[in-house]
Structures are given as C-alpha cells and as structure tokens.
Design a protein around this ligand. Structure first.
Ligand code: NOJ
Length: 516
C-alpha cells in the first residue's frame, strides 16, 4: 500500500521561505504549487511540508493553535487541498508535519485546561495538583492561571505537553498511559490525522514522536501508543505513511513508523559525516565514518522491518554547506542518494544554499534561523522569492552577489544542482538503490578512506565507493575475487575510480558506482 516509498525521494519545504505568491514577504501554499514542477524536475517525487497550521509562531508553527486550519499567511484549507491534488497529478506525494506532543499556549484546549473548574480539557495537558509541588527533571509553566497547579512543558515555554500519561505514574496527578484522559488525547490526534488524510495528504512526518508518554526512558509506553495509532491507520488509511522524528529506529520502527530520521542529536553518529570538527565528507580526509556505520548496522539488525532516513539537513540543523564546499557536497549527495530508506533533501541544499551566520532569531529559530532563509531562485529581486520590498522578507537573504541560485546552477552542467539531479535519476534507474534494497558495508575502517558498500535487490548488485578525501585511496574488499575482471563503471563523480583484479582504486575527491 505504501509502495511509493520504494522509489521516493523527498524534498523538505519550510513554507515560510520557499515561494511568496502575494508579495507579503513570506512563502505560501500557492507559491509552493507554482514550484511543484521545479521539485519534480529535480527528480523529487515527495514533499514534507513543515507545519502550516494556525499558530502564534513562537516556534515557527511547531506551536499549533488549531490543528484543523491552515494559517492565513499560507492560504486556506482549500489551497492545501489543491496542493495535494496538484502533487498527485504529478505523481508526487505530500506529508504534513504532525505535532502531537504539545500545542501552543494559545490553543483553545489549553485555555480551557487553565480554568480551575473541571471541564473536558482539564486532563488534556499534564498539570500537577498543587502550584507548590516540585517537579524534578521537567520544565513547567507556573502561576499563569487560577488553576492550582503547574503545567509540564514539552519544548519552549509556550509549548505545554499534551497528556498521553506516564508509563509508571508516581504521583497522584500523573495519569497512567492508557488512562481515559490519555486515550482522549490519542483519539483527538487520530481525528486530526483523519481530517487531513481525508483532505488528500499522504501521511505525516511526526514531530518529537518519541516524547509522548512521560517517565518512559526506554520508549516502551510511547511505542505501545504508536502501535495503537498504527492500527487505526491500518484500519482506515492503510496507505498513510508515517515518518518519525525520533532518531532511534529500533524504537520508532517497532512503533509502526515506516521510516525514522537520523538526527543531529541522539546515538546515530550522523554528525560525524557532515557536521563536526572533521566531517568524513570533507576533503581534508581526517574524518571517521566507522562509528556511524557500526550504529547504522546495529539499528538495521534490530529493526529490519522499517526504513532509516539520512537527510541532507533540515530546518533545525546548520546547512550542509557550512562545512562542506560544493565539490564535497557532491560526494556527500552521492552517499545520501545511494543509501537505503528514502532520501530527504532540505530545500536549497541542492544548490548549496549557505548557512547565514549571526542572524537575529526569527520565530523561535535562534541559531537555526541561518538555515531558514528564503529560497534563491534567480537573479531577480529577492532572488525570485518574493516581490515584496527586501526589508519585508521573513528572514533576510544571503547578500553575497555570488549566492547560488537555481537558474544559475541549471545553466551550469557542472553545478551541484546538476549532480543531485543526475544522482536521483541514477537511483531511479537501479532497483538495487531503492529504499528497501539490501546494504552491506565492505569497507568502513576507523579513520580511513574510502567508504564502500554493496547495494542489492532483484538480482542487481551495485558497489558504491566514496572517497571524499583529497588523496587517492584503494582497498581489496572480500566480496571481489582477486582474479576478477574489471567491473563496469556505472556512474562517477570527480575522477571516479576503477575495479580490477579485486582491487578498488579511487581518485581523490571522487565517488563511483560499479555493477557487480
Ligand atoms: C522539532 C522540530 O523540528 C523543531 O523545529 C521544533 O522546534 C521542535 N521539534 C518542537 O516542536
């Protein structure tokens, strides 16, 4: 039912910053519809849209005030339905961003829950039974209403946690997971999902999916909760896709998610590759991918039934280009676009948009603001993002006259954009590179280059070798016979490489894919 994931390549859209269609300086849904052909032309056939619902925007929309209504600045519910229809017309899919862990303090449920009189929403959030009760290890909102108690927070101070109960309640004010109040919250979140799935969305990226049940260090209660939600979806919307922001595939995939993101925090060693003092994909060649590979293989062993997604970045991380040059990013994309799971490209990463240092925080972005600047389309005013005057833009743009643009890179056969486009097309042509194809690492040594793996599906076998370092590298994988004949080179970046007599030889700063 979710077969489309096998060949999916996602594009993440931060709606504020993608395309403004009404000259108010902020992106919107009609703007996204206008740019669907661009996304399709790059080769992406699926979109993850960050939250676009009514919100006071203290956390860029991750503080929802009404799950059922599109924020007017982005358009209307009808515009969003139209986006689904236009995407489907192009054989594309759209995931919305579901924020089940918390709402905005401005959500009507929260306003009701602040009242001292018991009402339908008194148990929708987690309140202590007395304003003076200490709550060790959790942040709370206190002294904000006549209700005698403090309210547990999930993220910023304006984001109270919804109540899904505690795995092991220890205090009288702590409901159990599965208690009537916790079940009511789950049911309401299912209503939200039902509403948007009926409008035509194809599933959800789920925010902080591992945070729902409290006092649940191993995720046991939260996994059980997601299994129930999965049952609801299997019953009513078996085609709906769920992708988790959890960062621990062995947990999220057991909960019934189709795919889990690796994140810039958590145990995955994702940062070792692109965002640390010596990233593996830098040409200085001082990186180490081995801890990443070890953890990745362990997660796959423990959760063989689902997919792991390694994104190019997202709205919470510093952009890839902050530490990598366009040439280095090409090798990084050769990796990202040849791994199992569905790849996610953060808008603008395909042209190497820059992380803008030192911006004043916008809508709770803080140091994330520099990764959220408006898309750079062409050499026109505001790089084609908006016809508003520049000071009205949601976030200021990269002011470098040489800033990368889509138009510039489309005209240049050697651009990062072209490489990403070619790599996506190459992935599509080869079933072995699809989401569920097997992977076996054949060279992933500590502090060593290159990184190599064999992908395999339906009788097709492809050896992928990545050598980001500015020095040549060679190795003899056990999977190649010493007397073997030269392997066919299918795709190369930089100087590429060769396989002959069981020896793989790579040029500096290169990537190569061989048929085995
Ligand atoms: C993760 C989201 O990606 C981030 O942008 C947000 O601030 C937090 N969750 C809170 O919802």
């Amino acid at each position: 039912m979710t077969d489309w994931l096998e060949q999916a390549v996602f594009y993440e859209i931060y709606p504020q910053s993608f395309q403004d269609s009404n000259a108010d300086g902020i992106g919107d849904i009609p703007g996204i519809i206008r740019r669907l052909d661009y996304i399709r032309g790059l080769g992406c056939n699926a979109v993850w849209l960050n939250p676009c619902f009514l919100s006071p925007f203290n956390d860029a929309g991750y503080d929802v005030a009404d799950y059922y209504t599109v924020a007017p600045r982005y358009g209307t519910n009808e515009d969003l339905r139209q986006l689904f229809a236009e995407a489907h017309r192009r054989e594309m899919h759209v995931l919305l961003d579901l924020v089940p862990g918390h709402t905005s303090v401005e959500h009507p449920w929260f306003r009701e829950s602040m009242k001292p009189e018991k009402n339908e929403y008194s148990g929708r959030y987690i309140w202590t039974d007395n304003i003076w009760t200490p709550v060790p290890g959790m942040h709370t909102l206190r002294g904000i209403s006549a209700r005698d108690g403090s309210c547990i927070l999930n993220f910023f101070s304006s984001q109270p946690a919804l109540n899904y109960g505690f795995l092991h309640p220890e205090e009288p004010w702590q409901d159990a997971a599965g208690s009537p109040a916790a079940e009511a919250t789950r049911k309401e979140m299912e209503n939200v999902m039902r509403f948007w799935l009926q409008c035509g969305c194809d599933g959800f990226r789920v925010d902080m999916a591992g945070s729902l049940v409290k006092n649940d260090p191993d995720g046991e209660g939260t996994i059980a909760l997601w299994q129930k939600i999965r049952k609801f979806l299997d019953r009513e919307f078996p085609q709906a896709v769920l992708v988790s922001e959890w960062g621990e595939p062995e947990k999220s995939l057991a909960g019934g998610f189709h795919m889990d993101f690796l994140l810039h925090f958590g145990p995955s060693h994702y940062n070792d590759l692109f965002r640390c003092e010596h990233p593996f994909f830098s040409k200085e060649g001082k990186g180490d991918a081995s801890a990443f590979v070890e953890k990745y293989c362990e997660s796959r062993r423990k959760a063989p039934q689902g997919l792991i997604c390694i994104p190019s970045g997202n709205h919470d991380m510093k952009r890839l280009s902050r530490q990598l040059t366009p040439e280095e990013m090409k090798t990084a994309f050769a990796f990202l676009l040849s791994m199992p799971g569905a790849p996610f490209i953060y808008y603008g990463d395909e042209i190497g948009m820059r992380y803008l240092e030192g911006l004043v925080s916008v809508e709770g972005g803080y140091d994330r603001t520099g990764s959220r600047s408006p898309m750079q389309w062409d050499s026109g005013p505001n790089a084609g993002f908006s016809s508003a005057s520049p000071e009205k833009l949601y976030i200021r743009q990269d002011e470098d006259p040489d800033r990368p643009t889509v138009a510039g890179q489309q005209a240049d056969p050697d651009s990062l954009y072209r490489t990403v486009q070619d790599l996506i097309a190459f992935r599509r042509q080869h079933p072995a590179l699809g989401a569920s194809g097997k992977i076996e690492f054949v060279y992933a040594e500590k502090n060593a280059y290159p990184l190599a793996y064999v992908r395999e599906k339906d009788g097709e076998k492809i050896l992928a070798v990545l050598n980001p370092a500015a020095r040549a590298a060679e190795f003899r994988p056990a999977c190649l016979a010493a007397e073997g004949s030269p392997a066919e080179l299918l795709f190369a970046l930089g100087g590429g490489g060769s396989v002959s007599g069981g020896l793989v030889s790579m040029q500096p700063c290169s990537a190569a894919f061989f048929r085995l």
